[in-house]
Design a protein around this ligand. Structure first.
Ligand code: URA
Length: 267
Protein backbone atom coordinates (compact mmCIF):
# COMPACT_ATOMS: atom_id res chain seq x y z
CA UNK A 1 0.00 0.00 0.00
CA UNK A 2 2.80 2.37 0.98
CA UNK A 3 4.59 1.50 -2.27
CA UNK A 4 1.52 2.47 -4.29
CA UNK A 5 1.27 5.76 -2.38
CA UNK A 6 4.95 6.46 -3.06
CA UNK A 7 4.54 5.72 -6.76
CA UNK A 8 1.46 7.96 -6.97
CA UNK A 9 3.27 10.78 -5.12
CA UNK A 10 6.16 10.42 -7.55
CA UNK A 11 3.78 10.71 -10.51
CA UNK A 12 2.07 13.76 -8.94
CA UNK A 13 5.46 15.43 -8.43
CA UNK A 14 6.24 14.76 -12.11
CA UNK A 15 2.99 16.48 -13.08
CA UNK A 16 0.97 13.39 -13.99
CA UNK A 17 -2.38 13.95 -12.34
CA UNK A 18 -4.70 11.81 -14.46
CA UNK A 19 -4.25 8.07 -14.28
CA UNK A 20 -6.87 6.85 -16.68
CA UNK A 21 -7.49 7.94 -20.23
CA UNK A 22 -10.39 7.51 -22.61
CA UNK A 23 -8.50 4.96 -24.71
CA UNK A 24 -6.99 1.69 -23.40
CA UNK A 25 -3.19 1.68 -23.63
CA UNK A 26 -1.07 -1.46 -23.93
CA UNK A 27 2.21 -0.64 -22.17
CA UNK A 28 3.69 -3.99 -23.27
CA UNK A 29 3.18 -3.32 -26.96
CA UNK A 30 6.36 -2.44 -28.90
CA UNK A 31 6.44 1.33 -29.33
CA UNK A 32 6.87 1.88 -33.03
CA UNK A 33 6.57 5.29 -34.64
CA UNK A 34 3.58 5.19 -36.98
CA UNK A 35 4.20 6.09 -40.62
CA UNK A 36 1.93 9.10 -40.28
CA UNK A 37 3.67 10.43 -37.12
CA UNK A 38 4.64 13.65 -38.90
CA UNK A 39 1.04 14.28 -39.84
CA UNK A 40 -0.19 13.44 -36.33
CA UNK A 41 2.33 15.84 -34.79
CA UNK A 42 1.25 18.63 -37.08
CA UNK A 43 -2.46 18.05 -36.72
CA UNK A 44 -3.99 20.80 -34.57
CA UNK A 45 -6.50 19.84 -31.86
CA UNK A 46 -9.94 20.17 -33.39
CA UNK A 47 -13.31 18.70 -32.54
CA UNK A 48 -12.71 15.61 -34.68
CA UNK A 49 -9.17 15.09 -33.34
CA UNK A 50 -10.09 15.26 -29.65
CA UNK A 51 -9.84 11.81 -28.08
CA UNK A 52 -7.49 10.46 -30.78
CA UNK A 53 -4.00 9.48 -29.67
CA UNK A 54 -1.48 12.21 -30.49
CA UNK A 55 2.21 11.40 -30.70
CA UNK A 56 4.39 14.22 -29.53
CA UNK A 57 7.94 14.74 -30.78
CA UNK A 58 10.80 13.98 -28.38
CA UNK A 59 11.66 16.97 -26.20
CA UNK A 60 15.28 16.80 -27.36
CA UNK A 61 14.21 17.14 -30.98
CA UNK A 62 12.01 20.08 -30.09
CA UNK A 63 14.91 21.68 -28.19
CA UNK A 64 17.16 21.27 -31.24
CA UNK A 65 14.53 22.93 -33.35
CA UNK A 66 13.95 25.67 -30.83
CA UNK A 67 15.64 28.45 -32.73
CA UNK A 68 13.71 27.50 -35.87
CA UNK A 69 10.54 27.38 -33.74
CA UNK A 70 11.34 30.84 -32.30
CA UNK A 71 11.85 32.25 -35.79
CA UNK A 72 8.60 30.63 -36.89
CA UNK A 73 6.77 32.08 -33.86
CA UNK A 74 8.13 35.58 -34.59
CA UNK A 75 7.11 35.31 -38.26
CA UNK A 76 3.61 34.12 -37.35
CA UNK A 77 3.11 36.81 -34.71
CA UNK A 78 4.11 39.59 -37.08
CA UNK A 79 1.16 38.54 -39.27
CA UNK A 80 -1.40 38.68 -36.44
CA UNK A 81 -3.39 41.90 -36.81
CA UNK A 82 -5.86 41.17 -34.00
CA UNK A 83 -5.91 39.32 -30.69
CA UNK A 84 -8.26 36.77 -32.31
CA UNK A 85 -5.67 36.09 -35.06
CA UNK A 86 -2.96 35.72 -32.46
CA UNK A 87 -5.06 33.38 -30.30
CA UNK A 88 -5.80 31.14 -33.30
CA UNK A 89 -2.10 31.08 -34.25
CA UNK A 90 -1.10 30.16 -30.72
CA UNK A 91 -3.67 27.36 -30.56
CA UNK A 92 -2.23 25.87 -33.75
CA UNK A 93 1.44 26.41 -32.88
CA UNK A 94 3.40 23.18 -32.36
CA UNK A 95 6.84 24.61 -31.56
CA UNK A 96 6.63 24.21 -27.77
CA UNK A 97 6.44 20.73 -26.23
CA UNK A 98 4.33 22.01 -23.30
CA UNK A 99 1.41 22.23 -25.67
CA UNK A 100 1.28 18.44 -25.83
CA UNK A 101 0.98 17.89 -22.07
CA UNK A 102 -1.44 20.77 -21.40
CA UNK A 103 -5.22 20.50 -21.61
CA UNK A 104 -5.76 24.11 -22.71
CA UNK A 105 -4.02 26.92 -24.50
CA UNK A 106 -4.58 29.71 -21.97
CA UNK A 107 -4.61 32.95 -23.92
CA UNK A 108 -4.96 36.38 -22.26
CA UNK A 109 -8.35 37.56 -21.05
CA UNK A 110 -10.00 40.78 -19.98
CA UNK A 111 -10.43 44.18 -21.56
CA UNK A 112 -8.56 44.45 -24.90
CA UNK A 113 -8.52 48.26 -24.43
CA UNK A 114 -7.16 47.97 -20.90
CA UNK A 115 -4.81 50.59 -19.48
CA UNK A 116 -3.30 47.97 -17.18
CA UNK A 117 -1.77 44.72 -18.40
CA UNK A 118 -0.98 42.09 -15.75
CA UNK A 119 1.43 39.30 -16.68
CA UNK A 120 2.14 36.08 -14.78
CA UNK A 121 4.37 33.11 -15.50
CA UNK A 122 2.21 30.26 -16.81
CA UNK A 123 -1.16 28.64 -16.16
CA UNK A 124 -1.53 26.37 -13.13
CA UNK A 125 -3.79 23.32 -12.80
CA UNK A 126 -7.02 25.34 -12.44
CA UNK A 127 -6.19 27.63 -15.37
CA UNK A 128 -5.28 24.60 -17.50
CA UNK A 129 -8.66 23.03 -16.69
CA UNK A 130 -10.74 26.19 -17.22
CA UNK A 131 -8.69 27.72 -20.07
CA UNK A 132 -8.44 31.21 -18.43
CA UNK A 133 -5.51 32.91 -16.68
CA UNK A 134 -5.48 33.44 -12.90
CA UNK A 135 -8.71 31.65 -11.96
CA UNK A 136 -7.33 29.45 -9.14
CA UNK A 137 -6.14 30.43 -5.64
CA UNK A 138 -3.50 32.82 -7.03
CA UNK A 139 -6.20 34.44 -9.14
CA UNK A 140 -8.46 34.91 -6.13
CA UNK A 141 -5.65 36.65 -4.26
CA UNK A 142 -4.90 38.73 -7.35
CA UNK A 143 -8.57 39.87 -7.43
CA UNK A 144 -8.27 40.96 -3.77
CA UNK A 145 -5.01 42.79 -4.44
CA UNK A 146 -6.67 44.70 -7.29
CA UNK A 147 -9.79 45.42 -5.24
CA UNK A 148 -7.58 46.86 -2.49
CA UNK A 149 -6.52 49.63 -4.88
CA UNK A 150 -10.00 50.01 -6.39
CA UNK A 151 -9.13 48.35 -9.70
CA UNK A 152 -11.66 45.97 -11.23
CA UNK A 153 -10.21 42.78 -12.71
CA UNK A 154 -12.50 43.14 -15.76
CA UNK A 155 -10.90 46.53 -16.55
CA UNK A 156 -7.44 44.91 -16.86
CA UNK A 157 -5.96 42.58 -19.47
CA UNK A 158 -4.45 39.50 -17.80
CA UNK A 159 -2.09 37.06 -19.43
CA UNK A 160 0.96 34.85 -18.89
CA UNK A 161 4.38 34.51 -20.52
CA UNK A 162 3.50 30.91 -21.39
CA UNK A 163 0.04 29.84 -22.51
CA UNK A 164 0.61 26.18 -21.55
CA UNK A 165 0.93 24.71 -18.07
CA UNK A 166 4.36 23.20 -17.35
CA UNK A 167 3.81 19.70 -15.86
CA UNK A 168 3.61 19.82 -12.07
CA UNK A 169 3.86 23.65 -12.24
CA UNK A 170 7.63 23.46 -12.67
CA UNK A 171 9.45 26.64 -13.69
CA UNK A 172 9.46 26.91 -17.50
CA UNK A 173 12.82 26.32 -19.17
CA UNK A 174 14.59 29.11 -21.07
CA UNK A 175 13.83 27.32 -24.35
CA UNK A 176 10.09 27.10 -23.54
CA UNK A 177 10.03 30.76 -22.51
CA UNK A 178 11.92 31.88 -25.62
CA UNK A 179 9.55 30.17 -28.01
CA UNK A 180 6.44 31.59 -26.30
CA UNK A 181 7.75 35.16 -25.90
CA UNK A 182 6.94 36.37 -29.43
CA UNK A 183 3.25 35.67 -28.71
CA UNK A 184 3.40 37.71 -25.52
CA UNK A 185 5.32 40.55 -27.20
CA UNK A 186 2.66 40.74 -29.89
CA UNK A 187 -0.14 40.68 -27.27
CA UNK A 188 1.49 43.67 -25.55
CA UNK A 189 1.82 45.44 -28.91
CA UNK A 190 -1.85 44.84 -29.76
CA UNK A 191 -3.15 45.89 -26.32
CA UNK A 192 -0.70 48.79 -25.95
CA UNK A 193 -1.49 49.28 -22.24
CA UNK A 194 -0.50 52.42 -20.32
CA UNK A 195 1.25 50.33 -17.68
CA UNK A 196 2.44 46.74 -17.24
CA UNK A 197 2.65 44.88 -13.93
CA UNK A 198 4.73 41.68 -13.86
CA UNK A 199 4.08 39.00 -11.24
CA UNK A 200 7.15 37.07 -10.11
CA UNK A 201 10.76 36.83 -11.22
CA UNK A 202 10.09 34.42 -14.04
CA UNK A 203 7.68 36.83 -15.81
CA UNK A 204 9.75 39.92 -14.95
CA UNK A 205 12.99 38.39 -16.25
CA UNK A 206 11.36 37.09 -19.42
CA UNK A 207 9.51 40.30 -20.32
CA UNK A 208 12.32 42.72 -19.44
CA UNK A 209 15.12 40.38 -20.55
CA UNK A 210 16.91 40.64 -17.21
CA UNK A 211 18.33 38.11 -14.79
CA UNK A 212 17.49 39.66 -11.41
CA UNK A 213 15.72 38.68 -8.21
CA UNK A 214 12.18 39.90 -7.84
CA UNK A 215 13.13 41.52 -4.52
CA UNK A 216 15.61 43.71 -6.43
CA UNK A 217 13.19 44.49 -9.27
CA UNK A 218 10.15 45.37 -7.18
CA UNK A 219 9.81 48.97 -6.08
CA UNK A 220 11.47 50.38 -9.21
CA UNK A 221 9.82 51.87 -12.24
CA UNK A 222 11.14 50.01 -15.30
CA UNK A 223 10.46 50.27 -19.03
CA UNK A 224 9.15 47.93 -21.70
CA UNK A 225 10.02 49.06 -25.22
CA UNK A 226 7.62 48.34 -28.07
CA UNK A 227 8.99 47.63 -31.58
CA UNK A 228 8.08 51.22 -32.65
CA UNK A 229 10.33 52.55 -29.86
CA UNK A 230 7.54 53.73 -27.59
CA UNK A 231 7.95 52.97 -23.90
CA UNK A 232 5.46 51.40 -21.50
CA UNK A 233 6.18 52.06 -17.79
CA UNK A 234 6.51 48.69 -16.07
CA UNK A 235 6.42 47.56 -12.45
CA UNK A 236 7.08 44.14 -10.97
CA UNK A 237 6.13 42.48 -7.69
CA UNK A 238 5.80 39.18 -5.89
CA UNK A 239 3.70 36.49 -7.52
CA UNK A 240 0.37 35.84 -5.74
CA UNK A 241 1.31 32.13 -5.46
CA UNK A 242 4.42 33.16 -3.52
CA UNK A 243 2.37 35.52 -1.33
CA UNK A 244 0.01 32.67 -0.45
CA UNK A 245 3.02 30.84 1.01
CA UNK A 246 4.82 33.88 2.50
CA UNK A 247 2.42 36.00 4.49
CA UNK A 248 5.40 38.05 5.73
CA UNK A 249 5.81 39.62 2.26
CA UNK A 250 2.23 40.89 2.09
CA UNK A 251 3.19 44.36 3.35
CA UNK A 252 5.64 44.72 0.44
CA UNK A 253 2.98 43.47 -1.99
CA UNK A 254 0.60 46.10 -0.59
CA UNK A 255 3.17 48.85 -1.17
CA UNK A 256 3.71 47.54 -4.75
CA UNK A 257 -0.03 47.79 -5.40
CA UNK A 258 -0.06 51.34 -4.00
CA UNK A 259 2.83 52.21 -6.33
CA UNK A 260 0.78 50.92 -9.27
CA UNK A 261 -2.20 53.01 -8.16
CA UNK A 262 -0.03 56.16 -7.78
CA UNK A 263 1.62 55.66 -11.16
CA UNK A 264 -1.77 55.26 -12.84
CA UNK A 265 -3.09 58.38 -11.15
CA UNK A 266 -0.11 60.37 -12.52
CA UNK A 267 -0.77 59.30 -16.14
N1 URA B 1 0.12 31.53 -11.95
C1 URA B 1 0.42 32.24 -13.05
O1 URA B 1 1.54 32.73 -13.22
N2 URA B 1 -0.54 32.40 -13.96
C2 URA B 1 -1.76 31.90 -13.83
O2 URA B 1 -2.58 32.09 -14.73
C3 URA B 1 -2.06 31.18 -12.66
C4 URA B 1 -1.10 30.99 -11.73
Amino acid sequence: MEDIQNILSWYMAAGIETICGDEPYNALQKNETPENAEQIINTPKSAENIGKVTIRPATTLLAQENSAACANARELCAKAQTLEDLKAMMENFNGCSLRFSANSTVFGSGNPQAEIMLIGEAPGADEDRVGEPFVGRSGQLLNKMLAAISIRREDCYITNVLPWRPPGNRTPTDAETAVCLPFLHRQIELIKPKIIFLFGASAANAVLDKAENISDMRGHLMEYTLPDGSIIPTLAGYHPAFLLRSQAQKAKAWSDMMRLQRKLAEM
